[in-house]
Design a protein around this ligand. Structure first.
Ligand code: ZN
Length: 345
């Protein structure tokens, strides 16, 4: 299996994030996540680790607003220019706004902190000097994987970091800046019927936002009920798409403590909708924070359950591009990933 990976992710390494209750904590979405995965993958004969090569055709302007991309590209420079006191490298903290836009009432401000509050939905999408190149390299991995799957009709895996599924048309959030799965799905959609299945523990609100009015990409997310869990403001069952995209989005919110059998029941329902869509290509947003040991998750899914989830998705027998999203139980991350991916060999 081709696995697309770029070292550029290391440039994105924020020091802190802010948790609920105003707790200032070390950034949880670390380069070490990827190191643990690489350590597990490197000895496997069926893994073909490959540099991404889609840079000329990533096409992120098709999934993100142009002004938002410009913001990501220029924000750090602007932040440093307006805060010269922060240019002592020992003191640098991420660009994080403290005031957020209520979009229905908001116009786009001119200052960097105003723009950050407009384009960021929370205090975990911490932007640092290397964030934009790292996010672009992750999107490059995703589109390269889609291209490899298109050419070979074989499944592929994009080891993306930072993750992408919380990044919407014009906003960052939840460790995500550019939506890698959406980039792969959009690339596929120009070549055939496409579906995205998001099984990260958290609702794929960014992917939902990007494809909400499109019928050419079916998007489905199975996740912790936003009534009790991040991202709180999207992921409810009544959100089914709009306009041309009506009935082309489905959310499957689940209660705390979900076990393997209840999860597989929801997955089977999601797979029925995917089969109806008859996709030629499938993108899976794989978040291993569904695992019962995950520090950000509240599900009770076992490693064996992760294997069964992978098996049922692979049984669709649709050429599939698996995209890495979340997963923070880092000592188990490699084994959980292999257990899932083995179904797609
Ligand atoms: Zn997640």
């Amino acid at each position: 299996m081709k696995v697309f990976y770029s070292e550029t992710h290391r440039a994105h390494n924020p020091t802190i994030e802010i948790f609920e209750g105003g707790k200032n904590v070390p950034y949880l979405e670390t380069p070490e996540r990827v190191d643990r995965i690489l350590a597990s993958l490197q000895d496997l004969a069926w893994i073909d680790l490959t540099e991404p090569d889609a840079s000329s055709s990533i096409g992120i302007q098709a999934i993100h607003d142009k002004s938002y991309i410009t913001f990501l590209e220029t924000a750090w420079r602007e932040w440093m220019e307006t805060n010269p006191a922060e240019t002592d490298m020992t003191k640098i903290t991420p660009l994080l706004p403290a005031t957020f836009a209520l979009r229905s009432q908001s116009s786009l401000p001119k200052t960097i902190l105003g723009k950050a509050g407009y384009y960021m939905m929370d205090l975990s999408a911490c932007l640092v000097e290397g964030t934009y190149p790292a996010a672009m390299s992750a999107a490059n991995c995703a589109v390269s994987a889609a291209q490899a799957t298109f050419k070979s009709l074989k499944n592929s895996f994009a080891l993306c970091r930072p993750p992408g599924h919380h990044a919407g048309l014009d906003f960052a959030g939840g460790y995500c800046f550019i939506n890698n799965a959406a980039a792969a799905a959009h690339w596929f959609s120009e070549r055939g019927r496409t579906a995205v299945l998001d099984i990260d523990y958290h609702a794929g609100n960014g992917t939902q936002d990007i494809f909400y009015d499109r019928e050419d990409v079916l998007t489905i997310s199975i996740h912790a009920d936003p009534a009790y869990e991040y991202p709180y403001f999207a992921g409810y069952p009544e959100e089914i798409g709009s306009g041309q995209g009506q009935n082309y989005h489905r959310n499957f919110p689940l209660p705390k403590g979900v076990d393997d059998s209840l999860y597989l029941f929801a997955l089977d329902n999601a797979l029925i909708r995917i089969r109806e869509h008859r996709p030629q290509y499938l993108v899976v947003s794989l978040g291993l924070d569904i695992y019962r040991g995950d520090p950000l998750g509240k599900f009770n899914i076992t490693r064996s359950g992760i294997g069964k989830i992978g098996k049922r998705i692979a049984d669709l027998a649709v050429p599939t591009c698996v995209i890495m999203e979340g997963g923070y139980a880092i000592s188990d991350l490699g084994d959980n990933l292999i257990t899932f991916l083995e179904n797609f060999k």
